[in-house]
Design a binder for this molecule. Structure first.
Ligand code: GNR
Ligand code: NI
Length: 167
């Protein structure tokens, strides 16, 4: 297993649209294992392949307190959405920034599990937020793009300043 480097906003590679997985082979299974290890180590509650510069439709999620409920979703698609919720979101690609984002309260998603079995998940609350956040990444969208232009500019400035301090 290996830890994968995570792209940082505003890296233009975060804007790429991920391609569907056509065959779940050993390379996809290795990607899933490495993404899970990277998510748990970060630590985060989700990770999209886009964030590790692999532009395929693969996400891992674990919103459990116990960190032992890994969900792997390949080619996920939201087929139903309902209601509205606002959650304070963060992102491993936008470190140190937390902002309130409006999302659907409940979503039903269809996906393939790592064995290629078609499944559905009926999610609300944090899991629904996380699913929408991760599927956004696969579409090349980062959560800050849901915010006002002014907030986006402030976030860019703050991250640029942080990068200068770290460099
Ligand atoms: O770890 C994460 N926490 C989080 C909190 C609120 C809403 C969404 C998230 S996802 C984020 C990990 C991440 O960046 N996934 O893409
Ligand atoms: Ni994210």
């Amino acid at each position: 297993m290996s830890l994968l480097p995570i792209l940082r906003f505003p890296d233009p590679r975060l804007r790429k649209v991920a391609a569907p997985v056509d065959r779940i082979d050993e390379s996809i299974r290795r990607l899933v294992r490495d993404m899970a290890e990277t998510m748990y180590e970060a630590p985060g509650i989700g990770l999209a392949a886009t964030q590790v510069d692999v532009h395929k439709r693969v996400i891992v999620i674990d919103v459990s307190e116990t960190r032992d409920q890994l969900l792997t979703l390949i080619n996920p698609e939201i087929v139903e959405r309902d209601g509205v919720q606002v959650c304070e979101e963060g992102c491993l690609s936008v470190p140190g920034i937390y902002e309130r984002v409006e999302r659907a309260e409940r979503v039903i998603a269809r996906y393939l599990d790592p064995d290629g079995v078609q499944r559905t998940v009926d999610a609300s609350g944090l899991l629904a937020v996380c699913l929408q956040h991760e599927i956004d990444h696969l579409e090349g969208r980062v959560f800050v793009e849901h915010l006002s232009q002014l907030k986006q500019m402030r976030i860019r400035n703050k991250l640029a300043k942080q990068a200068r301090i770290t460099a």
